[in-house]
Design a protein around this ligand. Structure first.
Ligand code: NAD
Length: 258
């Protein structure tokens, strides 16, 4: 199949839903074979089947990003099924909704285990596979909340996403220094129309007011669509971005420009 990532093999974490699902679809449209990793296997299988129905190549993998053994198995499965790994999108994430005075240490750790430890483990095992393939591209999904503070119960989320921002830069420099051929970049979505954002909005006492306020916080006046992120990831996954590493690509309707 021809396309901007033709011949490449990609693993996308958290790809049963939202931004990860759109990214897996977009990469497959442009010719990549895609492994859809998610803690929820059933919707991951459905996402893979939908890609296959469109003529793409996709498999589903049970992957809890907090579990080291799951990463070892997922990377091995992608290599076994498709021969190598060229692209890893560390997308799986969770949002917390607790103000500091109500945020337990257990909840703080849960958010960091998924949003930050999960990215570290993906980087570690994904990069090893890419070294075997002669290089590759790792894209970490951070957030605008990894660049600026957000009030209203997002402290653990901001801290974990800020960690992803800096982990990306340090890893990019290390991969370059070691001449691995592996590039590492981060993508920073603004408010995107996904099940995660819907859950955040519904958790407000007045969801209609919250929806209008969050939408108004976007200078372009609307929430982003999952495909907006998928297109950014596609560029970073492809050889079009061969000289791009350690970069933070902000895709946020202008939120961070204020
Ligand atoms: N939606 C937004 O407005 C927005 C904004 C900025 C950043 N992000 C980030 O984008 C990424 C995707 O978010 P989304 O909005 O598509 O969310 P989503 O809730 O729609 O999808 C997240 C997916 O991750 C999976 N997941 C959760 N925990 C997991 C685990 N431990 N292991 C493997 N998979 C797991 C879920 O099953 C789900 O399929 C997240 O990292 C999120 O923080 C989202």
């Amino acid at each position: 199949m021809a396309g901007r990532v033709a011949g490449k093999v990609a693993l996308v974490s958290g790809a049963a839903s939202g931004l990860g699902k759109a990214t897996a679809e977009r990469l497959a449209e442009e010719g990549a074979a895609v492994a859809i990793g998610d803690i929820r296997l059933e919707p991951a299988e459905a996402a893979a089947a939908a890609i296959r129905a469109q003529g793409g190549r996709a498999i589903a993998l049970k992957l809890d990003v907090t579990q080291e053994a799951d990463w070892v198995a997922a990377v091995a499965e992608a290599e076994t099924r498709f021969g190598k790994l060229d692209v890893l999108v560390n997308n799986a994430g969770t949002a917390d909704g607790h103000w500091i005075h109500k945020l337990s240490l257990a909840e703080w750790r849960r958010v960091h285990a998924i949003n930050l430890d999960g990215v570290f483990l993906g980087l570690k095992y994904g990069a090893e596979a890419m070294k075997r393939a002669g290089g590759g591209s790792i894209v970490n999904i951070s957030s605008v909340a990894g660049l600026v503070g957000i009030a209203e119960g997002a402290t653990a989320y901001c801290a974990s996403k800020g960690g992803v921002t800096m982990l990306t830069k340090a890893a990019a420099l290390e991969m370059a220094l070691l001449k691995t051929g592996v590039r590492v970049n981060s993508v920073h979505p603004g408010y995107m129309r996904t099940p995660m954002l819907e859950a955040v909005i519904e958790a407000y006492r007045d969801p209609a007011e919250a929806r209008a306020r969050l939408e108004a916080a976007e200078p372009l006046g609307r929430f982003g669509e999952p495909r907006d992120i998928a297109n950014a990831v596609l560029y970073l996954a492809s050889d079009e971005s061969a000289f791009v590493t350690g970069a933070q690509m902000v895709v946020d309707g202008g939120f961070y420009a204020r």
